[in-house]
Design a protein around this ligand. Structure first.
Ligand code: CIR
Length: 254
C-alpha cells in the first residue's frame, strides 16, 4: 500500500518564503480548493492520504516534502535551509514514525527534501541555496549504509533540484538544463522541457501515472507520447509560492 502524507494549507501562506519569484497575492481559499483536488487525485490513484492539520505558525508547511527524505529503510528528518521552516519537522516526524525509523540532521547541515531525487540506488541531491555540503554529507552518512550512492548535482537559477529535474521511471529524467546540470544523469534518457515551459520539470510519478500542473500543455504532450497516463492538476496558487506537485506530499510504500 502507498501512503501520501499531506498537510492543510497554512492560513499564513501569504508570508511564504520566496527565492526567485516576486511576491504575488495567493488566494488562500483557492489554494485550499486546489489542495483538496490534489488529494482527490492521489486517492483516485489508490493512495491512502494522511492529512495533517495546517500549521498557522509555518506559512510554508503545506510543502511537506522539504523537512524529510523517506527511503524504504528510513526517514531522515532534514534541517531545512530556510530558518522559518525548521519547526515544521516535529509534527511531520510524528506522522512518519509509525512507518520508518527516524534519523535527524544536525547543525550545520541544511537540506530541503525538494533537493532530493531518489532513483533506484542513486540519490541525487541538489547543491542549491537551501542545501549545503554538510547537509549532503549527513544524508550520505545516513543512507550509504543501506547501499545508496549520494550524487551531488549543481543547481542554479531555481529553488530546488526537483524544480528543474524529476524522474519518469527508473531510467528517464525530465529536465530544464538551464537550471540543472545534466551531466550527473548521463547514461539515462534525458528529456528536455520545452523552452516555453521552464517550470514544467517538477512532476510526480505514481506507478505509470504522472501528476503535473495543468498549465504546461507542451510538456504534457511530450510525457503522453512517452506512454504515460497524465493527470493534470491546477496548482497555480502554490506555484506563486515556488511550489508545484512534488512538494505537496510525501509518498512512500508500506
Ligand atoms: C519555500 O521557499 O520553501 C517555499 N515557498 C516553497 C517550497 C517548495 N518546495 C518544493 O518544491 N520542494
Amino acid at each position: 500500500m502507498w501512503i501520501a502524507i499531506v498537510r492543510d494549507v497554512s492560513p499564513a501562506i501569504n508570508r511564504c518564503e520566496l527565492a526567485y519569484l516576486d511576491r504575488e497575492e495567493i488566494d488562500a481559499a483557492r489554494a485550499v480548493e486546489q489542495h483538496r483536488r490534489y488529494q482527490d487525485c492521489l486517492r483516485d490513484l489508490g493512495l491512502r492520504v494522511i492529512e495533517l492539520p495546517a500549521e498557522a505558525a509555518y506559512p510554508d508547511a503545506v510543502f511537506v516534502e522539504d523537512p524529510v527524505v523517506v527511503v524504504d529503510e528510513a526517514a531522515v528528518m532534514t534541517r531545512p535551509g530556510a530558518e522559518s521552516r525548521r519547526g515544521e519537522a516535529a509534527s511531520l516526524a510524528r506522522a512518519i514514525e509509525p512507518y520508518r525509523p527516524l534519523r535527524w540532521m544536525r547543525e550545520p547541515a541544511t537540506l530541503d527534501g525538494g533537493d532530493v531525487l531518489w532513483m533506484g540506488k542513486t540519490i541525487f541531491v541538489g547543491q542549491s541555496e537551501r542545501t549545503n555540503a554538510a547537509g549532503i554529507a549527513q544524508l550520505s552518512i545516513e543512507l550509504e549504509p543501506f547501499g545508496y550512492r549520494v550524487q551531488p548535482v549543481p543547481v542554479h537559477g531555481c529553488l530546488h533540484l526537483k524544480s528543474g529535474v524529476c524522474s519518469l521511471g527508473e531510467e528517464t529524467v525530465l529536465i530544464n538544463r538551464a537550471w540543472v546540470d545534466a551531466e550527473p544523469f548521463r547514461g539515462m534518457t534525458v528529456v528536455d522541457v520545452p523552452a516555453a515551459e521552464p517550470w514544467a520539470a517538477d512532476v510526480l510519478t505514481i506507478g505509470r501515472t504522472v501528476i503535473m500542473p495543468e498549465c504546461f500543455p507542451q510538456t504534457r504532450s511530450i510525457i503522453e507520447h512517452l506512454g504515460w497516463d497524465v493527470r493534470p492538476v491546477d496548482v497555480s496558487e502554490f506555484m506563486k509560492a515556488e511550489g508545484a506537485v512534488t512538494c505537496l506530499s510525501v509518498v512512500f510504500e508500506i
